[in-house]
Design a protein around this ligand. Structure first.
Ligand SMILES: NC(=O)c1ccc[n+]([C@@H]2O[C@H](COP(=O)([O-])OP(=O)(O)OC[C@H]3O[C@@H](n4cnc5c(N)ncnc54)[C@H](O)[C@@H]3O)[C@@H](O)[C@H]2O)c1
Length: 337
């Protein structure tokens, strides 16, 4: 049995709780949230203990691991305290807002010999996993370039609107776009050259880039383009897309549904457009990406295996890519990594 304490019972914290409830051999022993009413209500529903902050939790908890779902600006302090108390950590993406903080977090988990995973959930998303398998099978030849997209209406749930201030969230480039930047790294490795253009929503000048277009050059002449933005309004549906041109086919997946990722269980097929004119439709068996991610983390703890997927180092690399894109867009420059 793996005992979990979850800190930050907001939007993604509650998504993690739903997933944790489906994972075998897990007990949620504690909920930490500085919003007392929310924390107590959720803790009671789970028969778990409530704590107002991480210091109170760490004084007495017997949890094996801490699931860190607080806002991004609070990730470094929370993760470092958890690691120093000998707890394994699952930390939501983005790992942090600066590379210095990410390095301190990596140092703390190494010094305390605890397991650490970053919530880079696309690495557990059935369609993205399937497309990576297809590309790596080499059946369609080498991948040449990739396009990815993530578009959403402006989020409206965050406590205190921390996401609307670049200082606390990094803006859409760090908070949302990082998923696709991580995806490009997962497919092609660390980028060598990054160029980006961004725009700032007129109704939120402090929010950083609310929409960003990033292009990158990778080893072996591979190139990638990612578009991400959260300044859409009204009924605009949450949109994710990935299109990869390989030597013998183009592989494409487009998903549009709902307001946010809550309708993620809706299926949509992957299409493969072959050079001979035939079109294949690949059905992907559905499983919840957050369940897959959390099951993997819990299993690594249970069986004392190293975390090899979505490591803190992967989180750092995706942050490095996002910060390079922001720098390029702000300075109108080309960034060499
Ligand atoms: N993987 C994904 O697709 C995904 C989706 C949404 C959010 N996220 C990430 O999850 C994190 C949280 O985002 P959210 O949208 O759930 O935010 P949120 O505002 O909905 O929830 C945050 C919760 O943490 C609590 N909190 C804040 N500071 C705290 C502290 N120091 N100690 C204890 N509790 C504290 C708040 O009261 C709130 O309940 C962010 O890093 C965000 O980028 C990831």
């Amino acid at each position: 049995m793996v005992k979990v304490a979850l800190i930050g019972a907001g939007y993604i914290g509650q998504t993690h709780i739903s997933a944790l409830k489906q994972v075998k051999n897990v007990q949620i022993v504690a909920i930490v949230d500085n919003l007392e009413d929310r924390g107590i209500k959720i803790a009671e529903s789970l028969n778990a203990k409530y704590y107002k902050n991480i210091d109170e939790l760490l004084k007495e908890t017997d949890a094996d691991c801490i699931d860190v779902c607080v806002p991004t600006f609070a990730h470094p302090e929370t993760v470092i305290k958890a690691a120093n108390a000998g707890k394994h950590v699952l930390c939501e993406k983005p790992i942090a807002l600066t590379l210095q903080d990410a390095d301190e977090m990596i140092k703390a988990v190494k010094a305390n010999n605890v397991k650490a995973m970053n919530g880079l959930v696309l690495r557990f998303w059935p369609e993205y996993v399937k497309i990576k398998e297809i590309i790596e099978s080499d059946f369609y030849g080498e991948p040449i370039h990739a396009f990815c997209e993530r578009l959403a209406v402006t989020p409206d749930w965050q406590v205190g609107g921390w996401d609307k201030n670049e200082k606390f969230s990094g803006g859409a480039a760090v908070d949302l776009h990082i998923h696709d930047l991580d995806l490009l790294i997962w497919l092609f490795g660390r980028p060598e050259i990054v160029k980006a253009q961004g725009s700032i929503a007129p109704d939120n000048p402090k929010g950083g880039f609310s929409h960003i277009f990033t292009t990158a050059q990778f080893k072996n002449s591979k190139s990638g383009f990612a578009e991400g933005g959260w300044d859409f309004k009204g009924a605009f549906p949450f949109t994710m897309a990935l299109r990869i041109l390989c030597e013998k086919a183009a592989v494409e997946w487009i998903f549009r549904a709902g307001k946010n990722i809550e309708e993620r269980s809706q299926a949509s097929n992957i299409k493969i457009y072959n050079t001979d004119g035939s079109v294949e439709t690949i059905e992907v068996s559905q499983s919840d990406a957050f369940f897959n991610e959390i099951s993997y983390f819990i299993n690594c703890i249970e069986e004392n295996k190293p975390i090899e997927k979505a490591t803190f180092e992967d989180g750092r690399a995706s942050l490095e890519f996002a910060l390079a894109a922001i720098k390029s867009a702000k300075e109108q420059s080309v960034i060499k990594l």
